[in-house]
Unconditional design. Structure first.
Length: 255
């Protein structure tokens, strides 16, 4: 099996919601087969974990550790390149491009455009393949969006084959060389991305965006209720934690 697909499959199975569902399913099976002790423990652990991850305090505290490691991009930075990492999209011709791009992709593209307004001389590098057999790659979709926003097409270079962040680093490091560049990606993804690009000998300047934890929005009465948004934050935190662990495992293996 393709190592990339295997890694994605294992990662998906290790996400919080599948794990919680598996624990609750074990509890239900144990309940109906009269294994009361196993049922009590499984259902208790599953329900407690679901509450922990769907209430705001735990996911906000954990995710903010990733998202607040880097400040927003300083427009006074001396750069001539902007790298916007891929996220995802669905090629549905019935929808406008703003709906075809996943929110993470749209926000990354907008941040790259914002930086380019201050640095119009900079080349924008988009990246991302067409995982899932989409008609266009994520790099192409990002380019289309940037051109629609008014960026000169000649200022955009594409890396069409990367399927993950490791691939993006390998595809772009030769073009970037040792010059400083703005690295645009989701705030939670930034620590891992910075590590990979720096390990490859490049000089990224963090330009984090798509912050899910916002102080002013997370301080009202309704904030304290369980919600799916908190599960999303929990999943994002755990996804990046697994990603960081994978970097450590690969580094250890190579040594």
């Amino acid at each position: 099996m393709d190592l990339f697909l295997l890694k994605k499959f294992v990662g998906a199975m290790l996400m919080p919601v599948p794990i919680i569902c598996a624990i609750l399913l074990i509890g239900l099976v144990a309940l109906f087969t009269q294994r009361q002790r196993i049922a009590k423990w499984s259902l208790s652990v599953g329900i407690f974990t679901l509450l922990l991850l769907s209430l705001p305090w735990f996911p906000n505290a954990m995710l903010s550790d990733y998202e607040r490691q880097y400040r927003q991009f300083d427009m006074a930075s001396n750069i001539d390149a902007i790298v916007v990492l891929g996220c995802g999209h669905a090629n549905d011709a019935a929808l406008p491009i703003t709906a075809q791009l996943y929110p993470c992709s749209t926000i990354r593209v907008l941040e790259a455009f914002r930086i380019h307004q201050y640095h119009p001389e900079a080349t924008i590098y988009t990246s991302g393949s067409n995982i899932g057999g989409e008609a266009f790659t994520n790099a192409e979709m990002h380019k289309r969006m940037l051109v629609m926003l008014g960026v000169d097409e000649s200022k955009i270079q594409m890396a069409l084959t990367p399927r993950d962040t490791d691939d993006e680093v390998n595809a772009l490091k030769a073009s970037l060389g040792s010059r400083p560049f703005a690295l645009v990606t989701s705030a939670s993804h930034m620590p891992r991305s910075m590590t990979l690009f720096e390990n490859a000998g490049t000089h990224p300047i963090a330009a984090p965006t798509e912050h899910l934890v916002r102080e002013h929005a997370d301080s009202n009465f309704w904030w304290s209720f369980p919600g799916t948004g908190n599960l999303v934050k929990s999943q994002r935190w755990w996804y990046e934690t697994l990603g960081q662990a994978w970097i450590e495992i690969v580094s250890w293996w190579r040594e």
